[in-house]
Design a protein around this ligand. Structure first.
Ligand code: NAI
Length: 257
């Protein structure tokens, strides 16, 4: 018999940046486990493709997470459409490096912060509003998840802006966790390692990377979006109801080798 909490029927999950890459990996597993899934993405076409691919109770919204007005309106809309929101994966993110730190362009720095930090902050703040209100009405619970990166804990040269946002996500999740435990809401972060998505296409195409970096991954391969399904189901399910303030490293063992 299947372990009952991993059946997510009746749960509603929101995945930002859920139309491709790691976010699609989350969304696919959540949908297969029975959850209704809301996807936010910045491209109408990718959103439509993802909805078609996933089928089931999946609906997509075109939202720029860096825009707090759009985020607040879309959060209300998702809650209205599905009746509730049980888990939120603040996953939408962009890369943005530079030739060197001393030549790091300010516009790149601000763009990376606007999506990877402001976007996570706005998304989870609006989600927390919904969950706290629901808890005060007698229905506690919920799971907030911030997607960080190994760049938060290992030195990512020429990526100071990106690294700063990812370190900030881990710290933000711990603050949210402590403040919201009384509402049964938990908050955790996920730190992906080297994952084959559009974001890492340049590295995937670089032979030096295949020679020097991937052999240092104990699992000896790139991670794939589907490697993130299990943690998404766990964090949405009641099986994780006492698990808060943690960081999940999903990197094939790279960071401990
Ligand atoms: P991706 O580039 O394949 O997908 C990014 C997603 O975010 C897309 O769905 C895109 O529409 C969405 N997005 C971007 N800007 C947005 C905005 N302003 N508003 C709404 N949606 C927006 O990237 P990937 O690799 O799937 O990354 C997902 C998350 O995982 C990111 O936060 C990234 O920083 C993180 N990550 C990825 C790693 C990797 O190796 N691929 C490693 C560590 C962390």
């Amino acid at each position: 018999m299947a372990y009952a909490p991993f059946n997510l029927t009746g749960k509603v999950a929101l995945v930002t940046g859920g139309n491709r890459g790691i976010g699609l990996g989350f969304a696919e597993a959540l949908s297969q486990a029975g959850a209704s899934v809301a996807i936010w993405g910045s491209s109408d076409k990718n959103n439509a493709d993802a909805v078609k691919k996933l089928g089931g109770a999946v609906k997509a919204w075109t939202v720029n997470v860096a825009d707090e007005t759009q985020v607040a309106a879309a959060m209300v809309d998702v809650a209205k459409h599905f009746g509730r929101i049980d888990s939120v994966f603040a996953n939408a993110g962009i890369g943005g490096g530079a030739k060197s730190f001393s030549e790091f362009p300010t516009d790149v720095y601000r763009r990376v912060l606007s999506v990877n930090l402001d976007g996570v902050f706005f998304t989870l703040r609006e989600a927390a509003k919904h969950m706290v209100e629901r808890a005060k009405g007698g229905d506690p619970g919920g799971s907030l998840v911030g997607i960080a990166s190994l760049a938060a804990i290992e030195g990512a040269a020429r990526n100071e802006a990106y690294a700063a946002t990812k370190g900030a996500v881990i710290s933000m999740m711990k603050s949210i966790a402590v403040e919201h435990a009384r509402y049964g809401v938990r908050a955790n972060s996920i730190l992906p390692g080297w994952i084959a998505t559009d974001m890492t296409q340049g590295a995937q195409d670089n032979p030096a990377f295949a020679d020097k970096v991937i052999p240092r991954v104990p699992m000896r391969r790139w991670g794939e979006p589907k490697d993130f399904g299990g943690v998404a189901v766990y964090l949405t399910s009641d099986a994780s109801s006492y698990h808060s303030g943690d960081s999940f490293v999903v990197d094939g063992g790279y960071s401990i080798f």
